[in-house]
Ligand binder design. Structure first.
Ligand code: CJB
Length: 820
């Protein structure tokens, strides 16, 4: 699908024109950043034509639409990805070469739009890519945060957060759409007006403050199919910049407040992952983007349909976790208050239009809002939730007469709090988990009462990732090699990778495969040297753990194991040891103290180990600063070992695990999340599995009986490592620097059980699995086969498969083909 705009000469001309128009410069005077802007505009020009075509086709076909509502979209850079999906990457690379520019350097000029924290936001981005590629009509709806996730600097071993001003130079791929602005109302009170003519009450919000929601659209380019969908992110503006009438009435205060509300609401993404902060501003953000998105969706629906009762046939609102659950109440408000529908009809429509995805069972991530805060900020929406709750409790009572326990556990409003997950389950037609194990835990443990009441709503959708970004773009050498061997069908049909299995024992294929891995390791080593000043050996094993820093993900266990290995090498310098580079990348939430201490510990260990000449460079530890989508692509491509070591039952799915597998890195992990399915696909002999099972963990949690002290007392290796946290080994003699980490593992002076995440229980089986990794790596042919099989068996984990399952089992969308 080579659009003629990408005929090289024409493209070059367009870039030069753009440089001239934008900067009054000739191309050889332009900076790399200016060339990035000019190239992006030239690409956008092509995209816009397809965007229009897509719009026309949608108008003609009138397909069902999914609105993917999410507080987070962790998109990563767009330029390279757009070129990949337009099938124009190589042509543009050549064109730029001829102009004297390197496409890689130009791509590097783009800020990483980081409108998300981690897995949940990146999943949303992969889903948009698959939806467009599969030809489904979908809108991503979110917030145009002025500051995305902070940039991480490491100073003296500690994380320092730097604001991410990603819009500073203007973002070339977005399109402001003021004609679709919506008004969103906060606060005030509800006046009830009885209408004798109809016998109905009308609910009128008064004395409120408003914000104008302005949409910005970003194109989502499908792969090689001319489809361009839309990610619509909402910005906020004051309703009137200068409300003269308010000034006249002396309400200066109110005018300023409205302006501040607008300014604050979209200012910054909350940097928490798997953790709910409970701030009023966050609730404002949620209602802001939901109200605007639902209003826009209803308006769009009404343009081409006369009966709102048909909404469920044409629209699904998919709630990405509980953050957008306000949708249930806002849709009810619009249908009842604005469209004059009966409660019963509105409820029937709502409960056939909304669907909810659960992404975590971590208790601290469960959103519960105090009713005072909620009702003050959103008085009418709160009334509606009260009514939903009242009716829901009647339903529970009818099903379980006299069972107060059910009410206590299931009510939407209880104990002065609004429980968002309960609202999402009651108000929707589907509840899904994100991996088999996770969905099972939801059904049997976390949401058991709801599963018992509505078994038909529950289903599993194992996560997936897009191979277009994480292989075709991120690992071009491997992508080409695969295409040379099995053709390029895998780009849109990942299970075709299975055809690589016949090469698993082929010596030449093995060598080529490992040679590509080596080149990717050299590329990463260069990046590490440039960005971290650490020299690493590409012939060592690259053992990688990259993901958000969270106690349940157990980066701490990883670094404690490094300390243990280092002790062993020091004690037995002669013992055989295959050189290893332990690579970490992780941002910690700004207020998460324990996580930040772990970062310091990793860097402290790195300092000691990397500078100890006596160990001959056998171990290197690298903490890659500012882990994000753009460097992730390079890291996955270069990894030998994929560390997926969360406490079993805690990681809902994981998606990094899939990206490593796709790039040929075997999993070293627990039987948690989607690791279970990875092992199912590739075989236990091609992974390194260790640790407590989720049943064992849950059993300890429910029944007690776990005593970490026992490991400390009985295992001298463990004791030694833990003592080094408090004897100054890694802190230049400071006994207190890592005391809190030590206490968290052994001491119960806090209310939590010590070693909440069973690090000591799993430590020795982790160390044993690590030994197996080393032994396996020494067998070159064996390792090459294992690595190759990981790639060959990763077909299930494409987000194309996940999306097709959402379509078949939840959304029931119609496929669209341009020009048909
Ligand atoms: N997840 O990234 C987040 N943030 C949350 O607040 C809750 C969950 C993650 O979602 C991913 C996508 O489903 C999962 O793969 C991951 O296990 C989960 O932690």
């Amino acid at each position: 699908m080579l659009d003629n705009h990408f005929k090289k000469e024409k493209f070059k001309k367009s870039v030069k024109e753009n440089v001239k128009m934008l900067y009054r410069k000739t191309i050889d005077e332009a900076t790399q950043e200016q060339v990035f802007q000019a190239v992006s505009l030239a690409v956008k020009d092509v995209i816009i034509d397809n965007w229009l075509l897509t719009q026309k086709q949608y108008e003609k076909d009138d397909p069902k639409i999914v609105y993917y509502l999410s507080m987070e979209f962790l998109m990563g850079r767009a330029l390279g990805n757009n070129l990949i999906n337009l099938c124009a990457y190589k042509e543009v690379k050549e064109a730029l070469d001829e102009l004297g520019f390197d496409l890689n350097v130009i791509e590097d000029q783009e800020p990483d739009p980081a409108l998300g924290n981690g897995g949940l936001g990146r999943l949303a981005a992969c889903f948009l890519d698959s939806l467009a590629t599969l030809g489904y009509c979908a809108y991503g709806c979110g917030i145009r945060y002025h500051y995305g996730l902070f940039k991480q600097k490491i100073e003296n071993g500690y994380q320092v957060e730097v604001p991410d001003n990603w819009l500073k130079d203007g973002y070339p791929f977005e399109l402001r759409r003021p004609e679709y602005a919506k008004e969103v109302k906060f606060g005030g009170y509800v006046r009830v007006e009885y209408d004798p003519a109809t016998g109905k009450n009308h609910f009128i919000q008064e004395g409120y403050q408003s914000v104008r929601a302005i949409p910005y659209d970003m194109p989502i380019v499908g792969y090689n199919n001319q489809i361009v969908n839309t990610l619509r992110i909402w910005d906020a503006e004051a309703v009137n910049d200068f409300q003269l009438d308010l000034f006249d009435k002396g309400e200066y205060h109110k005018a300023v407040e409205q302006e501040n509300l607008a300014k604050n609401i979209v200012e910054v993404l909350y940097p928490n992952d798997n953790h709910y902060a409970g701030k009023e501003l966050r609730l404002k953000q949620q209602y802001f983007f939901i109200s605007a998105s639902i209003q826009a969706a209803i308006e769009k629906f009404k343009k081409s349909h006369s009966d709102l009762h048909d909404l469920p046939k044409k629209v699904t609102f998919q709630l990405n976790d509980t953050h957008p659950t306000m949708t249930v109440a806002e849709l009810m408000r619009i249908l009842v208050d604005e469209e004059g529908m009966s409660w019963e009809d509105a409820w029937d429509i709502t409960t056939h239009t909304c669907a909810y995805t659960n992404h975590t069972i971590m208790a601290e991530a469960l959103e519960k809002w105090p009713i005072e805060l909620f009702s003050k900020l959103l008085p009418r929406v709160y009334q509606i939730i009260e009514e939903i709750n009242r009716r829901f409790l009647l339903e529970i009572q009818a099903k379980y007469p006299g069972d107060q326990e059910k009410i206590r556990k299931m009510a939407i409003i209880y104990d002065g709090q609004v429980k968002m997950a309960h609202l999402a389950i009651a108000g929707g037609y589907s509840v899904n988990g994100v991996a088999k194990l996770h969905t099972e835990i939801l059904e049997k443990q976390e949401l058991r009462d709801f599963y018992e009441m509505y078994p038909e709503k529950f289903n599993n959708k194992t996560n997936g990732i897009t191979q277009r970004r994480f292989l075709l773009h991120g690992n071009p050498l491997l992508a080409d090699w695969i295409t040379d061997h099995i053709g390029d069908g895998w780009i849109t049909s990942l299970p075709e990778l299975e055809k690589l299995k016949v090469y698993a024992d082929d010596k030449k294929a093995q060598q080529e495969f490992m040679n590509i891995k080596h080149q990717n390791k050299v590329r990463l080593a260069k990046y590490i040297l440039e960005h971290n000043g650490i020299e690493v050996n590409p012939n060592s094993i690259f053992d990688v753990q990259v993901k958000r820093l969270h106690e349940y993900k157990r980066q701490l266990m990883n670094i404690l194991h490094v300390m243990y290995l280092y002790n062993k090498i020091k004690e037995h310098p002669e013992m055989p040891f295959y050189p290893r580079t332990f690579i970490f990348g992780a941002k910690a939430a700004a207020g998460y103290r324990r996580a930040k201490q772990t970062i310091k510990l990793i860097n402290a260990v790195a300092d000691v180990v990397n500078n100890d000449r006596s160990i001959d460079g056998k171990i290197k530890v690298v903490f890659i600063e500012n882990y994000r989508v753009s460097n992730a692509e390079m890291i996955f491509a270069a990894a030998d070992v994929s560390e997926q070591i969360s406490t079993a039952s805690k990681e809902a799915s994981g998606t990094g695990n899939m990206k490593f597998m796709l790039n040929g890195a075997p999993t070293l992990g627990t039987m948690d999340g989607a690791n279970v399915e990875i092992v199912e696909e590739v075989g236990a002999e091609n992974a390194f599995i260790f640790g407590l099972s989720s049943d064992e963990v849950i059993n300890y949690e429910n029944n007690g009986g776990y005593d970490p002290m026992q490991y400390f007392n009985n295992d001298p290796d463990i004791r030694n490592v833990l003592m080094q946290l408090i004897n100054g080994t890694y802190s230049g003699g400071d006994f207190n620097m890592f005391r809190e980490i030590y206490d968290s593992l052994l001491n119960t002076n806090s209310s939590d059980r010590a070693d909440t995440y069973f690090i000591l229980a799993d430590f020795k089986s982790y160390a044993a699995a690590q030994e197996k990794v080393e032994a396996a790596y020494r067998d070159e042919a064996g390792w090459a086969k294992m690595a190759l099989l990981n790639t060959a068996c990763s077909g299930k984990f494409t987000s194309d498969r996940t999306i097709q399952q959402y379509v078949d089992e939840i959304w029931h969308l119609d496929k669209v083909v341009i020009g048909k």
